[in-house]
Design a protein around this ligand. Structure first.
Ligand code: PNS
Length: 165
């Protein structure tokens, strides 16, 4: 049984993430979507909120579970016996950081492989940051996020809007 882990901040989950989950779930027997902290980012959604949104989407797949971990990705991958780390690559701009993280993770545990999936070109412009920016300025994010979580994201971002003078 080949177990994989798809880690990320998922702040919030987007259609780009969903596409990677769907494709990885077809390739591997079991996929854990793991919400982890990114020390380089400040999150909008709390860890448990990000897990809840992902759980609404994971319902579509029989071999996908959602988890969260407060610590090193490689440590968690070991703990759940995942031999493969899946990462999505959108553009060359993603490459440098992902390359560095893949090498660092291999240095920490050479038995766990990082594998990259190229984003579906229709989602290559989508990121959680773009979703938050567009939604906070009143733009339409319906094509960027899964239908199940669309309204929840709008509600969360709506509460953050400063009232107009
Ligand atoms: O969606 P993101 O923000 O690009 O995901 C980055 C993430 C969360 C996968 C990365 O920051 C991570 O692995 N965090 C856990 C802490 C860790 O293991 N850091 C060392 C990475 S080499």
């Amino acid at each position: 049984m080949v177990r994989a882990i798809y880690p990320g901040s998922f702040d919030p989950v987007t259609n780009g993430h969903l596409d990677i989950i769907e494709r990885a779930a077809k390739v591997f027997d079991h996929l854990t979507v793991a919400v982890l902290g990114n020390p380089r980012k400040v999150s909008l959604f709390k860890m448990e909120e990000r897990v809840a949104l992902l759980n609404m989407i994971a319902k579509r797949f029989s071999n996908v579970v959602v988890a969260s971990y407060d610590g090193l990705l490689i440590e968690y991958a070991e703990k759940i016996n995942a031999g493969i780390i899946i990462k999505g690559l959108r553009a060359v701009s993603d490459f440098e950081m992902e390359f560095q993280m893949a090498l660092a993770n291999r240095n920490l545990n050479c038995n766990i492989e990082t594998m990259f999936m190229m984003t579906n070109n229709i989602y290559s412009f989508i990121s959680s940051s773009i979703v938050k920016e567009v939604a906070s300025l009143g733009g339409d994010i319906s094509g960027m996020v899964p239908a199940e979580v669309h309204q929840i994201i709008l509600d969360k971002i709506g509460t953050l809007k400063p009232s107009k003078p």
